[in-house]
Design a protein around this ligand. Structure first.
Ligand code: KG4
Ligand code: ZN
Length: 329
């Protein structure tokens, strides 16, 4: 079973061919990050136009790199939710057109579930497990029963973790995307200089709140302006420490309560080396996606699609995450 996976939910056009959900035969990613950098975030209209230009060359290259033709492909998978509407439409229209013209099944895949699946690709599958999604749109902890089967245990009530990184970066005059910049700056910072606190919600002790922390950082920036490079590094390091310790504490509590066997991480923020240092002390196995599978990519879409059913009819992409609607306390 060979699946061609298409990812275009945000600012990466990515196509991969994956066999039996695990073996990556080819993987082509075109990133638009540099193009959006001058706007301090993704410019949705430009993103979808760029997907339009890049999609077919990426598909061609994925087939050529794998030395395959469409005849060798069993199904087309596509990221169908959540994401930017125009960007999603490029991928889903392309996938459905290919499916229709080639007579192949089309499998819509939830982008966030795919981020989590990426950590299990090439790794042991120890279930039930805790899935930890840390991305630009999510701070979500789930109980994973198997590949792509889960219930949500906790999530953010305001800012997602990557969003908070990006906003703190912007307060420190760092370019977009801010996460890697904050991490780089934090390396020379004193992580205990500023006593920041992550939000705690009384009735929802495992949920996340970062808006108070963000305001705290803003007031600190204002109080110390003009900031020296050392001030900026100390703010970045203190912010990172507090955020990751909060995730660690809540993740460990849930893992213990649910007697979970392993942790699988997904989302762009898991590129962060401080996060990995904090979780190195976890008393259970911790799996991260390989670097090429961490940011938005087509391989995780093609991989997870192997465990999902094809759509029976044409479908419309949804910009909002249905990942949130299955919430359980
Ligand atoms: O998963 P992703 O590629 O896109 C979403 O689906 O949201 O994640 C992007 C997010 C951005 O907010 C970016 O700043 C953050 O991941 N990020 C990082 C790092 N690399 C990317 N955050 C912290 N440390 C990093 N090294
Ligand atoms: Zn993503």
């Amino acid at each position: 079973m060979r699946i061609l996976g298409i990812e275009s939910s945000c600012d990466e056009t990515s196509v991969a061919i994956v066999e039996k959900g695990e073996t990556i035969l080819s993987h082509v990613t075109y990133t638009q990050a540099a193009m959006h950098a001058e706007f301090g975030g993704v410019f949705p209209e430009m993103a979808s136009r760029e997907h339009l230009d890049q999609m077919l060359p990426c598909i061609d290259k994925a087939l050529t790199d794998a030395q395959l033709t469409f005849d060798d492909i069993d199904a087309i998978a596509v990221s169908s939710t959540p994401g930017l509407m125009g960007s999603l439409l490029m991928g889903t229209t392309c996938a459905q057109t290919l499916g229709f013209c080639l007579g192949k099944p089309v499998i819509p895949v939830n982008h966030v579930e795919a981020h989590l699946y990426a950590a299990s690709m090439g790794n042991p599958k120890l279930y039930p497990a805790l899935g930890v999604v840390l991305s630009g749109g999510h701070t979500t902890l789930v109980r994973l029963e198997s590949s792509g089967e889960y219930t949500i245990l906790s999530q953010t009530v305001d800012d997602a973790i990557g969003e908070a990184f990006d906003k703190v970066a912007s307060m420190l005059d760092l370019p977009y995307p801010g996460g890697p910049e904050v991490e780089r700056l934090a390396k020379t910072g004193n992580s205990t200089r500023f006593p920041f606190k992550a939000g705690q919600i009384k009735k929802l002790p495992h949920h996340f709140s970062l808006s108070g922390l963000k305001t705290n950082v803003l007031y600190t920036v204002e109080a110390h302006t003009p900031l020296s490079l050392q001030d900026k590094a100390d703010i970045a390091a203190s912010f990172q420490r507090v955020v990751f310790e909060d995730v660690y504490k809540k993740a460990m509590r849930l893992a213990e309560m649910h007697e979970l066997k392993a942790l699988y991480f997904g989302g762009g923020v898991v590129m962060n080396s401080t996060l990995k240092r904090v979780f190195a002390q976890a008393p259970l196995p911790v799996y991260y996606p390989e670097n090429t599978l961490t940011l938005d990519n087509g391989a995780m879409i093609a991989g997870l699609a192997y465990h999902k059913k094809p759509a029976t009819d044409f479908f419309t992409p949804s910009p909002r995450s249905d990942f949130k609607q299955k919430n359980v306390e």
